[in-house]
Structures are given as C-alpha cells and as structure tokens.
Design a protein around this ligand. Structure first.
Ligand code: SF4
Length: 285
C-alpha cells in the first residue's frame, strides 16, 4: 500500500483511501472526520456548477454500483476508524471524532439507480458498528432528482438513520441557476423538490456565494434568494436552516478564472439578511 499522508481539512482527496467508493475527510465544518461515499467514481453529474471541485467533470449519471464492494469498503474504513489507529495516525489532534457518513462525491449521488439500496446498506453497517443514530448520515445533493420514487424511498430511509439532506440552493432565479449551476430547471420546480425533501428528511439549504467576474451576487439575486427564504417560512416548510459557504477550494471547471472568494464581511452581512428573513444560518468561510 502506498504511503498515505495525514488528513487535513484541505486534504480530502477521494483517492486517499485507495478505495473506489469510500474516502475519509476531515471536515472543517464539523471539526471531525466524515466518511465520504462517492457514488459517482465516473465524475458524472447532471449539473455543471461553475465552482465544482470535481476534475474532469462530465454530464451524466452514476454508473452501476457494486454494492458488495461498497459494503466491504465501508466496513473496512469504519474498522480502521473505530477499532484501529486511524484517528491517531491520520487525523490532527482536536478533530479525532467520527461525525458522519456523507453521500457526497464526484457527481450527483441520487442519480445512482440503487440509491435506496445504498441507504439500506449504510444503515446495516452502522448498526453493526453500533453507530446507528450516534453519527449523522448526510446526503449532499443538487435536489434535481428528489421527485423520483427511488430517491424519495431513500430519503424516507435516511430519516430513520439520523439523516440530513443538504439541498443545493445557490440561486432562486432562472438566470442565476443557468449561470451558476448550468441547469435549465426552473426555480419553482426546484422549490417543489425542496418542499418534498424537507417533508421526507431534515433538510438544510446549501448555498455557495462568490464573486463572478469581480462582482458579488446582484441585488436582484439577493432579493430573490431572500424572498425564497421568506416563502419557506410563510409556507412552514420544515427547512432546518442555511449552510452558507464561501469559495474555500478552487473550482476545477473552465470558468475557474472568473470566480473569486468574497470577503468574510460580505458573507456575514448576507447571513444576517437570511436570518432576518427567517432561517438560521451557519457560515463556513
Ligand atoms: S451538483 Fe455538485 S457535483 Fe454536480 S456539478 Fe454541481 S457541485 Fe459538482
């Protein structure tokens, strides 16, 4: 086995564990270790967000998943973390705690045809390691496939496993979604998917803000976003809050040179506006 370097918040290479589907991450947000499950080793997504950190991203769906290999990899990784010296040898002091399993990878995880079977599998493994209900199961998704029956079934199972959905919500305008996420999905359709996700499993909005060609999100963009937050509150959609991110890691997309991080004050000001519109916010710079 090749030498593996200690993990840091900036070192969460999906190849780190030399597995196909499973990789460890030190999460700056959670101040702990997250076990990532990558259902898109083919780097395929149905969106093409300009800030996406996936190299060689292509349009498409997850490939066929080898569930036996995935389960073996997950068991092997949890054995290293829970029973072996992984925390001492690979993880900096102060963050040596297992926080979650995160379905997050090089594409849209819900595009995997066996998505509900993957959730079942994770539930089984968590139970065997006596971790069920003690760590979170996070789904990081663009939400575009939530209305498919198999995805709804998976979210229902997640709810029983201390699950959380992080639903991508970068813009509430059609032009913003076209520019940032490079999708033609309408904001209204996406809003209905958000409503569905939140009805099935605890759901957070996940929003990335940055300067594009030197300009932060426009007044029109901000107003539309805040109106969507207000609508969530008015309609009593049980969204937990907003995870507001800056541009922490470089985009691997052709638009990378057009993107730049915003100052912390900008994010904090926008977070205050979101709170005033009615939702809690966690800011990650
Ligand atoms: S939805 Fe996620 S994986 Fe897909 S392009 Fe956007 S950031 Fe990348």
């Amino acid at each position: 086995m090749a030498q593996i370097s200690p993990l840091t918040p900036s070192n969460h290479d999906r190849d780190n564990a030399e597995m196909t589907y499973v990789y460890p991450v030190v999460s700056r947000r959670a101040a702990g270790v997250s076990v990532g499950v990558n259902l898109n080793p083919n780097s395929a997504c149905n969106w093409a967000c300009v800030y996406c950190q996936v190299p060689n991203l292509t349009r498409g769906a997850a490939p066929d998943i080898d569930l036996v290999q995935l389960e073996n990899e997950l068991r092997a990784m949890l054995t290293r973390i829970v029973h072996d010296d992984f925390m001492q040898t690979r993880v900096p002091a102060g963050v040596r705690r297992l926080n979650d399993i995160a379905l997050s990878g090089n594409g849209e995880p819900t595009s995997a045809r066996v998505f509900p079977q993957v959730i079942e599998l994770i539930g089984r493994v968590l139970a065997d390691f006596d971790l069920a209900g003690r760590i979170k199961l996070v789904l990081i998704t663009n939400g575009s496939l939530i209305d498919r029956p198999r995805v709804r079934a998976g979210l229902g199972k997640m709810a029983g496993l201390n699950g959380e959905v992080w639903f991508k919500f970068d813009s509430a305008t059609a032009s913003g979604m076209r520019t940032i996420n490079q999708t033609r999905i309408t904001p209204d359709r996406q809003f209905e998917r958000l409503r569905l996700a939140a009805s099935l499993c605890p759901t957070w909005l996940q929003t990335c803000v940055f300067a594009l060609d030197g300009t932060p999100p426009s007044e029109i963009e901000q107003t539309a976003y805040l109106a969507a937050v207000a609508r969530i509150r008015q309609q009593r959609i049980p969204v937990q809050g907003v995870l507001l991110y800056g541009l922490a890691r470089p985009s691997m997309q052709p638009q990378a040179r057009r993107l730049a991080p915003l100052p912390a004050e900008w994010l904090n000001d926008f977070a205050e506006k979101i709170r005033a519109a009615g939702l809690p916010v966690k800011v990650t710079l």
